[in-house]
Design a binder for this molecule. Sequence first.
Ligand SMILES: [Zn+2]
Length: 255
Amino acid sequence: MGFLGGHCGQCDFCRRGDFVNCTDQPQPGTTVDGGYAEIVYARASGLVRVPEAFDALTAAPLLCAGVTVFNALRVAQAPVNSLVAVQGIGGLGHLGVQYAKKMGYRVAALARGTEKARLASTLGADHYIDSAAEDPAAALTALGGATAIIATAANGASMAGLVAGLQPRGKMIVVGASPEPVPVHTPDLIFGGRSIIGSLTGSAIDNEDNLAFSLTHQIAPMIEPLPFHEAPRAYDRMMSGRARFRVVLDFTLAQ
Ligand SMILES: [Zn+2]
């Protein structure tokens, strides 16, 4: 099961096939119990078939962070071999770079500082843009402009500064939840017909597509496993931003 606990099949959105936007969908660990637990009651519509070949620790982050960037890239519908930018190299972004590369794009990774440049290259990025040292929109434009930007770092101002780096008709797909608004320079939207779109995780069948793609292309999250009884410490570590990049609770680790 991913972030969404299964759609109802009866609301207007479900009846139109838009399961992510079901108005009666539990979120285990948030709106219902079962997020950090050995046992969870689940709706059948929320269950994801995990291929036998998958290691559970690898599959777990792909079911939320993974499908989020996988679907964001599908929403973007960028032409193959065009330039796609991934803003932020964290839990979502380090997967986004891998997916974008394996989907056949030229990939620009954007982060602040030089610390993540080597990692971005290892993950498959063709270009690294240090947004603390240069104007990232100008840097993208110098590369020909991005057809899509997957915005993962939860910083509205940082997202806003990228819109001018999109090609005409380019799309910025927002998946990082920022507490601040995104103050956009409106002519950048009007001239060139650029757009900013949100994307929320994916349905169970989206996740099966995602896992199959990840298995074929050997996409894997970087994880820090911790035993189940250390769940509070695992949560704190994740919230601190120091985890590289996802903490996974491992029920098989010794008590
Ligand atoms: Zn529904």
